[in-house]
Design a protein around this ligand. Structure first.
Ligand SMILES: Cc1cc2nc3c(=O)[nH]c(=O)nc-3n(C[C@H](O)[C@H](O)[C@H](O)COP(=O)(O)O)c2cc1C
Length: 277
């Protein structure tokens, strides 16, 4: 996909479309998935001349264009290859609260529902992770719940930490989970991993202090932190309804803007990675 992507520049230019890396990634994200029953030239997003160009090149069977057109078609379909391609990103949203009716887990679910086109968010929690104990690690190795989280993070393109705030700082449960993960393979799990942080608290500053308190740890882990927007859901008891739905309009607006920016951030990192291969 990497070489193809760069050659998409020529195809996009021919189609009269913006052809920067960002524009191509955004185009693919916006228009996928394209039904497998539909020919690329019949897709509703082309104007007449673009559709005609695609049909003509396919008919000519000119290898240069046919290959690119087929590759663009593949990138727009819902296949596992396409899922790994640009225009699509997977995010693991990890809630730092174990509470059944946790506002932070509810915030992670709100993000899942509001994820922009091209972004899929899976929600995970820290249930089953024991307290870190070096003796336990020596005798039994990394616990199963930690290994499961490790696999989920490695599967994803990005990590979204959803943090509560305890006593103006990082909640012990969450820090404990991250500490275990750092023992499971800090470099593979965290180094250069696109990472976002959002949070909800019952106080008036909506996890401002805990998000700040996370920074030294995130630096140590070596994540690539998204800092374009903030989601600080304050007075969380008033921001969610009884079903855990985020109903506060300004929080929804912030989350929406955050996810749009985070999506672009993750896509750009994917592009940079492909370029460096
Ligand atoms: C030990 C403890 C300390 C807390 N400290 C803060 C705090 O510093 N700031 C704040 O806004 N809320 C604080 N809270 C309230 C939390 O915001 C509230 O319990 C919230 O529901 C926790 O997130 P959760 O709903 O995802 O579990 C604290 C709660 C506990 C249990």
């Amino acid at each position: 996909m990497s070489d193809n992507f760069f050659r998409f520049h020529d195809l996009f230019a021919q189609l009269g479309l913006p052809n920067s890396d960002e524009a191509i990634a955004a185009f693919i994200g916006r228009h996928r998935p394209l039904s497998n029953d539909m020919l690329l030239a019949d897709a509703p997003f082309w104007d007449e001349s673009q559709a005609q160009f695609i049909r003509e090149k396919k008919l000519d069977d000119s290898p240069e264009w046919t290959q690119l057109i087929d590759q663009l078609s593949e990138a727009l379909r819902e296949t596992s290859d396409a899922r790994n391609s640009l225009g699509f990103c997977r995010v693991l949203a990890l809630s730092g609260s174990l509470r059944h009716s946790s506002f932070n887990t509810a915030l992670a679910h709100a993000a899942q529902v509001m994820a922009p086109h091209g972004m899929v968010i899976e929600v995970a929690t820290l249930h089953g992770v024991p307290l870190y104990d070096a003796d336990l690690e020596t005798s039994e190795g990394i616990p199963a719940a930690v290994l499961k989280l490790k696999a989920q993070i490695l599967e994803a393109d990005a990590l979204l930490m959803v943090t509560p705030e305890y006593n103006n700082g990082v909640p012990g449960v969450f820090k404990n989970g991250i500490d275990w993960l750092s023992r499971a393979d800090m470099k593979a799990i965290f180094a250069k991993r696109p990472t976002g942080m959002i949070g909800a608290s019952m106080g008036g500053f909506g996890t401002l202090s805990s998000q700040a308190a996370w920074l030294p740890t995130l630096k140590m882990l070596g994540v690539t932190l998204y800092s374009g927007n903030s989601v600080l859901v304050s007075r969380a008891q008033n921001a969610f309804d009884a079903q855990g739905e985020l109903t506060d309009e300004s929080s929804r607006k912030n989350l929406n803007a955050y996810l749009a920016g985070f999506n672009e951030f993750v896509q750009l990192i994917k592009i940079a990675k492909l370029k460096s291969r």
